[in-house]
Design a protein. Structure first.
Length: 137
């Protein structure tokens, strides 16, 4: 992620740049980078997990990410307002323990503070088992 976040109010160009930056960061899978984009008191609902505070993000990601091997993600801007962005996403990954491939479809809603740091992440997603030959990412 950029050392200088894009600050609201967002226009379409800025919103698309934020979405691309988040996609790139998640595909790099460097857990220590992610909290740098968040407020100290950030609140995440990530599926069934609730993460509060910047300090809890890295342990959460380090526990979760190893399970999703060969991970690839694509995000698409869905909508935006002055300080909020919504995206649709699709990812593909192989489960570390079972070897089963999945395609995950989901939506994320983000809210940002005046400095461009993410204060809220709300993510819902569904996993669809696929064959490795069905991968598209």
């Amino acid at each position: 992620m950029s050392a200088d976040p894009i600050a609201p109010p967002f226009d379409e160009v800025a919103a698309r740049a934020v979405v691309q930056a988040f996609e790139d960061a998640w595909n790099r899978r460097v857990a220590d980078e992610i909290p740098l984009t968040c407020t100290p008191d950030t609140r995440w609902r990530y599926r069934d997990a609730f993460v509060e505070g910047r300090d809890n993000i890295v342990p959460f990601l380090r526990a979760r990410w190893p399970i999703q091997q060969h991970y690839r993600l694509r995000k698409e801007l869905w909508s935006f307002t002055a300080n909020r962005i919504s995206v649709r996403f699709v990812s593909e990954w192989r489960h570390r323990d079972s070897g089963q491939w999945y395609r995950t479809f989901g939506n994320e809603h983000w809210e940002f503070d005046p400095d461009g740091l993410q204060s809220v992440l709300d993510l819902s997603a569904n996993d669809l088992p696929i064959e490795e030959s069905e991968r598209t990412l």
